[in-house]
Design a protein around this ligand. Structure first.
Ligand SMILES: Nc1nc2c(ncn2[C@@H]2O[C@H](COP(=O)(O)OP(=O)(O)O)[C@@H](O)[C@H]2O)c(=O)[nH]1
Ligand SMILES: [Mg+2]
Length: 280
C-alpha cells in the first residue's frame, strides 16, 4: 500500500483548523507530486442512475486533468448495471465495476472498492445524483491544497438538506449532535453523516473499519488520523431514479456504531469488535 503519511510531505506545514471552504495561503509552497484518486460509487439497484452519474463524474474529473479511477461496487443488483458500466469501461479503462455476491452494506462496499486501488486519495459518492458530481472539483482542490479530508457538507453555510420533512430534519440534527463528543476538536465536521468525501489513504492506514451501515465518514473522523478538514457546501439533491435503500436496519447499524465508538473513545475497547454481518 502506498503511504503518503499525513505527517510526511506536509510535516512542515501548519495544520489548518477545520475550515468550511478555503485553506490559508501556505499551500503555494507545496510540492506538485501528482496525487491519484480512486472514487468508489456503491450501488444497489442503481441502473437507472449510473449512466448519467458516470458521464457527469468523468466530465468533472477530466477537466481537472488528474489521474483517477472510478470503481462502481455493486451488490449483485442484477438490474443491468453491469452491462451499462461495462460498455463505458470498454471505452475507458479508468472505469470498472466490481460485483460482490452474497454481501450487502454500503460501508463494506466502499471499503471493498478502495482495496481495489492504491491511489493516494480515496473518495466516495452516491449513485443517485443526490451528490452533485461537479462538486468533486472543489473537493479535489481542497485535498490538492493540503487538506487530509474534504467533505461535501449540507450543514455549512450555503449547503442544504433539500426536501426533508421537519421530523427527518430533527432526527438528522440529533444524530449529528450526538457525535460531537466523539469527534476531535481539531477536525470536527458539521456533517459527519455525509456520504460524499475525499480522504488521504494515509489517514485511514490499516484501520479495521466497520462494514455495516452507511456512516463510514463518522468512523474515519473519530478513529482516523485526520489533521485537517475542509467542508465544502452543497445542496443535497433529489434522488434521480429508483428508491432509497435507507431502512430501519441502517438506523440500528448507526446506533451500534455510535455505541462502539463511545466505548472506543473511553478506552473500554481497543478495536471495534463487530464488523457487520454484510448480509442482506
Ligand atoms: N453496494 C451497495 N450499495 C449500497 C447499499 N445500500 C445503499 N447503497 C448505495 O449507497 C448510496 C446511498 O444509498 P441511498 O439509498 O441513496 O441512501 P439515502 O440517500 O440515505 O436514501 C446509493 O448509491 C445506493 O445505491 C448496499 O448494501 N450495497
Ligand atoms: Mg440517496
Amino acid at each position: 500500500m502506498l503511504n503518503l503519511e499525513c505527517s510526511g510531505e506536509l510535516a512542515n506545514i501548519p495544520a489548518p483548523a477545520a475550515a468550511t471552504e478555503s485553506l490559508p495561503g501556505f499551500v503555494e509552497n507545496l510540492p506538485t507530486a501528482p496525487l491519484r484518486l480512486a472514487l468508489v460509487v456503491p450501488t444497489l439497484r442503481e441502473a437507472g442512475n449510473i449512466g448519467v452519474l458516470l458521464r457527469r463524474v468523468r466530465a468533472t474529473l477530466d477537466a481537472l486533468n488528474i489521474e483517477y479511477n472510478l470503481i462502481v461496487v455493486d451488490d449483485d443488483s442484477r438490474d443491468g448495471i453491469e452491462a451499462i458500466v461495462g460498455e463505458i469501461a470498454d471505452a475507458d479503462p479508468r472505469v470498472r465495476i466490481v460485483v460482490r455476491e452474497g454481501r450487502r452494506g454500503l460501508a463494506g462496499a466502499v471499503i471493498h472498492g478502495w482495496r481495489h486501488s492504491d491511489a493516494e486519495i480515496l473518495g466516495v459518492m452516491d449513485a443517485d445524483l443526490q451528490h452533485p458530481p461537479e462538486l468533486l472539483s472543489r473537493l479535489w482542490h481542497q485535498v490538492a491544497q493540503g487538506a487530509d479530508l474534504a467533505v461535501g457538507s449540507r450543514y455549512v453555510t450555503g449547503g442544504s438538506i433539500g426536501e426533508w420533512n421537519p421530523l427527518r430534519r430533527l432526527i438528522s440534527k440529533l444524530a449529528i449532535w450526538i457525535t460531537l463528543p466523539l469527534q476531535r476538536a481539531s477536525a470536527r465536521a458539521h456533517d459527519p453523516m455525509s456520504g460524499f468525501f475525499l480522504v488521504r489513504r494515509s489517514c485511514i492506514g490499516d484501520l479495521d473499519l466497520q462494514t455495516a451501515g452507511f456512516k463510514i465518514l463518522l468512523e474515519i473522523l473519530v478513529r482516523g488520523k485526520v489533521r485537517s478538514l475542509a467542508e465544502v457546501h452543497f445542496d443535497f439533491g433529489t434522488r434521480r431514479a429508483g428508491a432509497s435503500k435507507a431502512s430501519i436496519k441502517v438506523a440500528i447499524d448507526y446506533a451500534a456504531l455510535l455505541f462502539r465508538l463511545y466505548r472506543w473513545r473511553r478506552g473500554e475497547i481497543r478495536s471495534l469488535p463487530i464488523k457487520g454481518p454484510e448480509t442482506a
